[in-house]
Design a protein. Structure first.
Length: 512
């Protein structure tokens, strides 16, 4: 590796000796590879089109055959072949003192960024190409790219050096194009329905809005602890109290939790709040929004995800947590009549051991659902009516005060969205926060704190409201058939890599 690097440094210095920069300041591009391939794909073999083109890209392949060379370069949109002929380049460059064909052969390596000028030509073998008249070095690469035949096979290296992954793996580049498109579509869809995007603080004096352990930092000037937000919920609800009837925020959330194929401590979500609505309205909104995103990003409402065919066009199943647990396990939680010990004993027969933290039937119901049901929900399924113990911010169900008006959407065996009819009774909310605080004081670091300012806002009066949160990263996983959340986050959190103490940094003297 060091020999290759030294060789490339010599080539960079040779450019300086010839009066050229190995690292250009700018280059004026006239066309993209996508435009050219779509516009001129119709040309017959051997046909040329006299359009002046200026294009820049990274060299991915290089073949030199005497006085003719063929390069492949790639830009953000795709790749195209360069047809380089010694006579054309040298004749064009003699008077202008440009880089020669020989310079091209000797100095340009795979990985370099170059800019070319020329016209359109389809070769006799049918390859659309740029017939190059002159070229420039834009950025000299000092390290080689991964072998084109094997690519970047080390999965962790793909995450750690995402720039290499994007260069050699077109599928990865498409994932992040889809991600950008999806986020743009969500914003546009909500904006068109008169939702207002509100920016809420990332640094908060209290972390609330979800059952999660926060990251803690310290503000030196104020000499106070601060928390990275674990949700945008409580601040967006304050905006509803203030009179905004339709608000949302799409942004980063931070939770000090484990890492898995569906969890990253830093992730993206959109939270949406609509006054004068309930969780049924939010179910309808969720179904409409996600259908729109799937159709726009995948050009179909039927997709393949990890060997599962998922049809978004059919009506989505809506079923209570108790009913779906009964459906998949045969256990009827209503039959226990409030007897937790009997429930624990019966559940041991289906290999569910309740942890000491599970001290109510509601928590036990949720545990059974997570262990025995969740992974089996492949088609879009709204699981509704959750236990009140695990939903401290949701409105009680009018027909059963032990349950709340809440749903979670499951697709491909994992949660994609979570929503409530929001709890707007300030007395009930205070009691629930006090219970959560007692759990936190007893050692449950994921329980809610009491947020006095939020409670004061509720006492001012909040209208009936439906609230919804959608995990953007998990949605992108579906759209791009990605098995891990780290495949769809450009720079996922990883354990620090053990590196050599020898510096690989380029000194100011290495390139003249």
């Amino acid at each position: 590796m060091s020999e290759i690097r030294e060789s490339r440094l010599l080539k960079a210095n040779s450019l300086v000796d010839k009066g050229f920069e190995p690292y250009a300041e700018t280059f004026k591009i006239t066309h993209s590879t996508k435009f050219l391939t779509e516009k001129f794909g119709y040309l017959d073999n051997g046909q040329e089109f006299n359009l002046d083109v200026a294009l820049a890209g990274r060299v991915l392949a290089k073949r030199v055959m005497g006085k003719i060379a063929f390069f492949t370069i790639t830009d953000q949109e795709g790749k195209i072949q360069l047809y380089l002929e010694k006579k054309i380049i040298d004749d064009f460059g003699i008077n202008a003192k440009l880089l020669s064909f020989e310079d091209l052969k000797e100095i340009v390596d795979i990985g370099d960024w170059i800019g070319v000028y020329g016209t359109i030509k389809k070769t006799n073998k049918g390859e659309l190409s740029i017939k190059v008249s002159k070229w420039e070095m834009l950025s000299k690469s000092l390290k080689p790219l991964p072998d084109k035949w094997h690519g970047l096979t080390d999965i962790e290296k793909r995450y750690r050096q995402r720039y290499l992954d994007l260069i050699v793996n077109p599928l990865s580049k498409n994932v992040f194009k889809t991600r950008a498109k999806c986020i743009s579509l969500i914003r546009r869809w909500l904006d068109e329905k008169n939702f207002l995007e509100i920016e809420t603080p990332i640094l908060q004096s209290q972390a609330g809005g979800a059952e999660a352990r926060p990251f803690i930092t310290h503000h030196n000037t104020l000499d106070i602890p601060l928390y990275l937000r674990i949700a945008t919920e409580l601040h967006l609800k304050r905006m509803v109290v203030g009179g905004f009837e339709k608000v949302y925020e799409l942004g980063r959330i931070f939770r000090n939790e484990g890492i898995s194929t569906k969890h990253n401590p830093e992730f993206t979500s959109v939270e949406i709040y609509q006054a004068f609505s309930n969780y049924i309205d939010m179910m309808n909104l969720t179904e409409s929004l996600i259908r729109n995103i799937v159709s726009s990003c995948c050009d179909s409402l039927v997709i393949n995800y990890q060997e599962n065919v998922i049809d978004f066009s059919k009506p989505w199943k809506r079923i209570s947590m108790k009913s779906i647990v009964l459906e998949y396990t045969g256990i009827d939680f209503d039959s226990f009549n409030g007897d937790l010990n009997k429930a624990i004993k019966d559940l041991q027969e289906i290999n569910i051991e309740a942890s000491p933290k599970i001290n109510t039937l509601g928590r036990l119901l949720n545990e059974v659902f997570e262990q025995k049901v969740e992974s089996k929900l492949i088609e879009p399924t709204f699981v509704i009516d959750y236990p009140i113990e695990i939903s401290p911010l949701a409105r009680p169900h009018p027909e059963n005060k032990e349950m709340v008006q809440r749903f979670e959407l499951f697709i491909a065996g994992r949660e994609l969205a979570n929503a409530f009819s929001e709890l707007i009774d300030p007395v009930d909310q205070r009691q629930r926060m006090q219970l959560q605080q007692s759990l936190r004081d007893a050692g449950d670091l994921e329980a809610h704190c009491i947020d006095e300012d939020f409670l004061q806002a509720l006492e001012i009066g909040m209208p009936p409201t439906g609230g919804l949160g959608i995990g953007i990263d998990r949605l992108i996983m579906l759209l791009t058939n990605s098995p891990s959340i780290r495949d769809v986050i450009p720079f996922p959190l990883l354990k620090p890599e053990i590196t050599s103490t020898k510096s690989e940094k380029l000194t100011s003297n290495e390139v003249k």
